[in-house]
Design a protein around this ligand. Structure first.
Ligand code: GLY
Ligand code: MN
Length: 500
C-alpha cells in the first residue's frame, strides 16, 4: 500500500450500499443551458487551422497537464499548459488531465486537415463513487465538471472520455507520425514514448520531432490577434487597480512591519478579484531589495523614505497577463538622489519605446535603452577612467555598464510572462518586429548598498520602469501609456490616489 493510500485509509468513512443508493437519488436534472462557442474558443480554432496546415498527416498531442501534488493529498491550484490554453481557449484552472489531440484526416501529401478532439474527464454520474468519494475530481469535493456535450458546445470540437486517449493515440503509432508536447504531462509522455517506440520509432527521433512541435507552438504565439490584445489591455487595466490599492497602503507600511508582504497580499487580492490571479510572483522590493532583480521573498520591512519597486501583473481568465513595474517613493516624494536615478531610467525607457516599430529589430529596443543608461553612468563618472560610452557599448571588450543593469530591456509577453520562450534567436532577438507583437520595455538601474563603485548617496537605490507595448502597423501602442512615468507624475499619482 502506498503512503498516500495508507493516509486515505486512516481517515476512511464507512460507505454502505444504503448510503450509495441514498446519495444517488432525488437530484434535480442537470441544466441543459449552454452558452455556445466562446470567443476564446473561436480564436483557438483559427490557430489550430494554422497548426494543421503546418503538420499535414501528423497526429499532434497537446496535454493540459495534471494536478501537481503540493503535499500528500493536497494539490496546487491547476494551471493548464500554455500551448494547450492557446489551442483550446480553455484558461483559468481548466481542465486537469485533458489532452487535445489533432487527428489527421489525410496523409502528409494532402490538405484534408485535422479533427480536433478533447480527451478529458467528463462529469461523473451521480450513481458513481466518484460523485461523492473522489476528493480530487468528485462533484461533492471540487464541484461539477463539464459534460462531453458542454465541452463540445463551448469549444466547438469533439469531446471524448480521457480513458479512450491511449488507444486513440497509440492505435497505429508505427505508421502515423505522432508528435507530443512533452513537458505538459510527464506520466503521459512516458506512456506515449513506450507506445511509440513499440510502434518502431527511435527515442531520439521522437524527442526531436516533439521538440519541433513545442517550438512551433511557442513561436505561433508571437503575433497576437486583436482579441488577444484586448485581453492584454484588460490585464494592464486590472493591474492598475492593484497598483493603486498598494499606493493607498503606502503610509501604513512602515508601522506594520514586513510591509513587502502586505504589498504582495494587497496586489494579489486584486489580481484574484479582477482576474485569474497574478501572472507571475509579484516582486515587492523595498530599499536595497530592489537591487535583487527577482526579489519574490517579499519578507522585508518598508521604511518611510524607501523606494518600493513593484513589478506585478494581473493574469486574466484567458491567462493573458500584464507585466508592469513602477518604483514608488513610500513617503510620496522622491529624494534628490532617487529622482536623479529614476529620471535616467525614464529617459532610457522612452528611448526604448521609441524604437518599437515594424521593421525595427527586437534587439534595437535594448540598444536604444542601454545607450541612455550608459550615457548616464558615464556622466556620473561611474565607468572606469577613460572608458567612453562607445567603449562600454562595445560587445567584445566593453559592457562595464552591465554591472548596474545586467538584464535585457524587453521580452515577449502573452499567456506566459516570458512568452514564446522556445523561439530561436533568429525568431526572437534578431527578428524584425511585426504588428501584433507585444513586448515589455523595462530598463532599470540597480545600485546595491555595498557597491563601493558608486557614490554613497546612490547606494541602496534600485529603479525599474516597465510598460507593455504592442507593435502596430505604423509604430506602437503602449498599453500602459496612460500610466505615470516621470517622477513628477508618480508623485502626483500617489497624492491623487491617496486623496480619493
Ligand atoms: N516581471 C519579471 C520579469 O520580467 O522577469
Ligand atoms: Mn518583465
Amino acid at each position: 500500500m502506498s503512503e498516500e493510500q495508507q493516509q486515505a485509509e486512516n481517515r476512511k468513512r464507512p460507505t454502505t450500499d444504503e448510503f450509495r443508493a441514498f446519495v444517488a437519488e432525488d437530484w434535480a436534472p442537470r441544466s441543459q443551458d449552454r452558452a455556445g462557442l466562446t470567443e476564446a474558443a473561436a480564436r483557438a480554432a483559427v490557430r489550430r487551422e494554422a497548426v494543421s496546415a503546418a503538420h499535414r498527416g501528423e497526429r499532434l498531442v497537446i496535454p493540459a497537464g495534471g494536478l501537481k501534488v503540493r503535499s500528500n493529498d493536497s494539490d496546487y491550484v491547476f494551471r493548464p499548459h500554455s500551448a494547450f490554453a492557446h489551442l483550446t481557449g480553455l484558461g483559468a484552472d481548466r481542465e486537469p488531465d485533458a489532452v487535445l489531440v489533432m487527428e489527421p484526416l489525410g496523409g502528409p501529401d494532402d490538405d484534408a486537415g485535422h479533427e480536433s478532439v478533447l480527451y478529458f474527464r467528463p462529469l461523473a454520474p451521480r450513481d458513481s463513487d466518484e460523485f461523492f468519494a473522489d476528493s480530487r475530481y468528485g462533484e461533492f469535493w471540487v464541484g461539477a465538471r463539464p459534460s462531453i456535450e458542454d465541452v463540445e458546445d463551448e469549444l466547438g470540437l469533439t469531446g471524448r472520455h480521457v480513458d479512450q486517449l491511449e488507444d486513440a493515440v497509440g492505435k497505429d503509432a508505427g505508421q502515423v507520425t505522432v508528435r507530443l508536447v512533452r513537458d505538459a504531462d510527464r506520466d503521459l509522455t512516458a506512456r506515449l514514448d513506450t507506445v511509440r517506440t513499440q510502434g518502431g520509432a527511435e527515442q531520439e527521433t521522437l524527442a526531436e520531432g516533439d521538440a519541433a512541435l513545442a517550438h512551433a507552438l511557442s513561436h505561433l504565439r508571437m503575433v497576437k490577434d486583436d482579441w488577444e490584445i484586448e485581453q492584454m489591455q484588460a490585464a494592464v487595466d486590472a493591474t492598475r487597480v492593484g497598483f493603486e490599492a498598494v499606493i493607498r497602503e503606502l503610509p501604513t507600511l512602515a508601522e506594520r512591519g514586513r510591509g513587502e508582504r502586505w504589498v504582495e497580499g494587497m496586489f494579489g487580492l486584486h489580481a484574484r478579484h479582477q482576474g485569474n490571479g497574478v501572472g507571475y510572483d509579484s516582486i515587492c522590493a523595498a530599499g536595497d531589495h530592489a537591487n535583487t532583480l527577482h526579489w519574490i521573498k517579499n519578507d522585508g520591512d518598508v521604511r518611510d523614505g524607501d523606494l518600493l519597486l513593484l513589478d506585478a501583473g494581473v493574469e486574466m481568465d484567458s491567462l493573458f497577463t500584464a507585466d508592469i513595474t513602477r518604483t514608488l517613493p513610500v513617503s510620496g516624494t522622491f529624494t534628490d538622489a532617487q529622482r536623479e536615478i529614476h529620471e535616467a531610467v525614464v529617459a532610457a525607457q522612452a528611448a526604448g519605446i521609441a524604437a518599437v516599430r515594424p521593421g525595427a529589430k527586437f534587439s534595437d529596443i535594448h540598444a536604444a535603452s542601454i545607450r541612455v543608461i550608459a550615457e548616464h553612468l558615464h556622466a556620473w563618472g561611474l565607468l572606469p577612467e577613460g572608458v567612453t560610452v562607445e567603449d562600454t557599448l562595445d560587445t567584445e571588450h566593453g559592457q562595464y555598464h552591465r554591472r548596474w543593469m545586467v538584464h535585457g530591456t524587453s521580452h515577449h509577453l502573452g499567456i506566459d510572462v516570458h512568452d514564446c520562450a522556445l523561439a530561436t534567436r533568429e525568431e526572437y532577438s534578431d527578428a524584425e518586429l511585426l504588428p501584433g507583437m507585444v513586448l515589455t520595455v523595462e530598463p532599470g538601474l540597480y545600485f546595491k548598498a555595498d557597491d563601493l563603485k558608486v557614490p554613497e548617496r546612490f547606494r541602496g537605490i534600485g529603479v525599474r520602469l516597465e510598460d507593455d507595448v504592442v507593435v502596430t502597423p505604423d509604430g506602437h501602442l503602449n498599453l500602459s501609456g496612460g500610466w505615470p512615468h516621470a517622477a513628477d507624475e508618480i508623485e502626483a499619482w500617489i497624492k491623487d490616489v491617496q486623496a480619493r
